[in-house]
Unconditional design. Structure first.
Lengths: 215, 215
């Protein structure tokens, strides 16, 4: 019998949320170990955690005897080893589109507005900086989704692209980006949020969610 | 017969170089269309190019009737459709490590030091900003590679991780990062640069390389 995977996660981390969605979609039972990115100067900087993830970032997943960092590498591993339900289309061309959208968010938007970068740009610049990064990415994403979307980001099957989309929209809301400019993004996001896997993995329902933010 | 793929590329773009290496390793003949990221205020902002890539970024590959942006999505597509020689190990655990290292560079380092971000931090902050992003990523990468590397990043086969490593080391050199702190990274980089695929794809040997930078 396989041991239960252990996810090092922070309730508010959008990259952790991606992995929580994938685990929920695939029905994988796991244990959460919360890593608070702000408390105690950031628990990700502890010596113990750095041994697990030298980048000092969540998520990190212990599974099948290995430790994996980087959310998309984790999702791809889950897809390889627990293929049902699939998060990547079988058709290579559609699969490329799913990966392109995922990478657009994971390399093109999120890294520019994450906590460690915002710390560096200074308090008064944080909001416009984050808004700029998200707006520029969403302008592109809206245009792409207009030709790839069905019910979800790529056609009518939930995919890795959707796993990336919902947490990024939550960040956009947190940084007060006007989402009325992005009708396709907003519509897909709303459809996805109605699915159970997106609800149980939501930042407002994690073991480390502070009481005042629980829903 | 398949039409020749078309790569929209900039000689100095490290993400374009990743794709050029993968194409060279797999022996795929292609046409280059240079997109100069600085000339004319940036040719990536032209209406024509934005239609191909709404993120206004290189690389972009036209292949098999589709257009793909995001370098790792492109490399994964090449791997699916032109599997020889393989750039991802067959073993799912090793594959996860290759993807983790690739994503560490593609999401955790490069986006923080790319041209559009450096423009935003202001002229006098550019060098320390880029050095900080690369140093922080390389500290983690050096530690990871010490346990994963053989001749190359993961064992003794060239992989997608190597495709990401070499262009990132070139960026580190450009931003004057002291590489003596990273003996494993430096050694693997040197070994890889001796391979033909890394040489023909090098920024100093592209159709759009300015005469004074050619080698």
């Amino acid at each position: 019998m396989r041991a239960r995977p252990v996810l090092y996660s922070y309730f508010r981390s959008s990259c952790s949320w991606r992995v929580r969605i994938a685990l929920a979609l695939k029905g994988i039972d796991y244990e959460t170990i919360p890593i608070n990115l702000v408390k105690d100067g950031g628990q990700q900087f502890s010596e113990e955690f750095q041994t697990l993830n030298p980048m000092k970032q969540v998520p990190t997943l212990k599974i099948d005897g290995i430790t994996i960092g980087q959310s998309l590498a984790i999702v791809e591993y889950l897809e390889e080893t627990r293929p049902t339900p699939r998060l990547l289309p079988q058709d290579p061309k559609k699969k490329a589109i799913v990966r392109m959208i995922s990478d657009l968010i994971a390399s093109g938007i999120q890294p520019l507005q994450n906590l460690s970068v915002l710390k560096q740009v200074g308090q008064e610049n944080q909001l416009p900086w984050a808004q700029g990064a998200i707006t520029s990415g969403f302008n592109a994403l809206e245009q792409i989704l207009q030709s790839t979307a069905g019910k979800y980001c790529v056609g009518d099957e939930v995919s890795m692209a959707d796993v990336c989309l919902v947490p990024q929209v939550a960040n956009a809301e947190r940084f007060k980006v006007d989402l009325s400019h992005y009708p396709t993004i907003s519509h897909i996001n709303k459809t996805l949020l109605a699915l159970e896997a997106f609800q149980v993995s939501h930042p407002c329902r994690q073991p480390d969610t502070p009481a005042e933010l629980r829903a």
